[in-house]
Design a protein around this ligand. Sequence first.
Ligand SMILES: C[S@@+](CC[C@H](N)C(=O)[O-])C[C@H]1O[C@@H](n2cnc3c(N)ncnc32)[C@H](O)[C@@H]1O
Length: 500
Amino acid sequence: MADVSGLLSWFQANGGSLDASVGFKMFLGCGRGAVALADIPEGHVLFTIPRGLLLSTETSGLPGNVGFERWKTAKMHIGWAGLILCMMWETAQGPRSRWAQYLGSLPTAFDTPMFWSDLELEQLKGTSVVGKLGKEDAERDFTEKLIPLVRSRPDLFPPETIPQYYTLEIYHVMGSRILSRSFNVEKDEPEEEEREEGETPAEEDGADASGEDGVGNTSLGSAMEVDGEVPSVHSDDSESDEDEDEDEPSAVAMVPLADMLNAQYGSENAKLFYEKDVLRMMSTKSIPLGEQIWNTYGDLPNAELLRRYGHVDLLPLPGFPDALGNPGDIVELPADLAVPSDADADAIKARIDWWLEQGGDDVLVLESDLEIPPALASLIRLLRLPVPEWEKAVAKDKPPKPVLDAEVLGVVRTVLERRRDAYPTPLAEDLLLLGAPDADLLPLHTRHALIVRIGEKRIIEGALQKVAGLLAAGDGKRKRKGREEEGEGRAGKTKTRRRG
Ligand SMILES: C[S@@+](CC[C@H](N)C(=O)[O-])C[C@H]1O[C@@H](n2cnc3c(N)ncnc32)[C@H](O)[C@@H]1O
């Protein structure tokens, strides 16, 4: 049994309320999670969390103690460094912290690649996890922002407590807790329009889920859904970047109990809704007795699940009989894979810059439906336009139409082959490894890396087959057309002869 009794007593003693239909237990491979202790109807309030129990830079006393001006000059209001420092400081307060019981219940070890050895990370080579870990950025924040502030205030951060509470290792642990458990919680009441649109299940039922003043509510996504990249804050941050962050109306917060729900692709049956003074976890479907209560993390691809949460989804895959994987998997195709190998670097740079100015992406996404991204076709054509055509496109402010003709398909094939070659092993070898009778004995990180690689490679191979099919069909069509034209030609000649 997940021992959450201390956490639940703390939660309820501090104004939280938990419905009798909700329990917590260990789920194999998922850690702790919530379970239905009775049949739960849709639109039922599972638990209610007073805003005061949220742990954020808004609720912790630290920013006020530091002084809001100093907090800002230390750039603690940008990115996650501020919340990380609050979590460190609250932990250092021991039982004096309002969140002592909660912080003590959070994980201290993670299976996310942030904590993998270099040898383990090698197994993710080629996947989109690599390059997104943000470890260096996080370490720069720690060294350049957090430590100078901590050292400057021995009254708040006694030097002898630094090795215990303010280390780089703990910085990464707190960052990972935020990455895998936080929510983006709007500070104030939702906008008028949002309120009208944001009808909640309770409102549908006619129940008053809106708190004492009848303020409506809107669904929340986890910070991860909204974009939980470990923020990179460099000393050369521009004014406008800072302004954007300062104006940001939402705040990342740790939400006790709401962060105890697991998630699985397409399984969401509960969601967090906010009101002025409280947050409510509500069922979004009926949940039978004994079923797990699932939140959503946004039905992310396995690469993102692994990077942010340290697990992967393995479910039956529509369109791939007998295969298991994550239907939300994708493959990222960096735009530079579409650059002709003999291209003039300056000319290509000008075209790519223009493409980005036009709102084009520098990474194109191939989904599991294997549809060739129209933007890829457009980009491929742009990079190959003869100069007069390129000048026309610029004058008209219009990138080329995404036509998938034989030339473009040929380049799509090259792009996919280049992307496939980024992985050190072929799909067939990975499938053999995962399908082997002793695959269950593989170390967890090896298994996870394998599943992420297979998911991405399966999409690449599928897309390659699709392109081959389209090229063959085009070839067939062209040959048929050619034969018809030849036939017509002969017939024409015959005709001419007859006429003659
Ligand atoms: C928001 S917490 C959920 C509660 C967590 N299981 C716990 O014990 O506190 C997110 C973490 O739960 C785990 N998790 C969530 N969904 C999972 C799933 N479908 N399979 C495996 N682990 C999962 C992952 O470790 C993830 O980082």
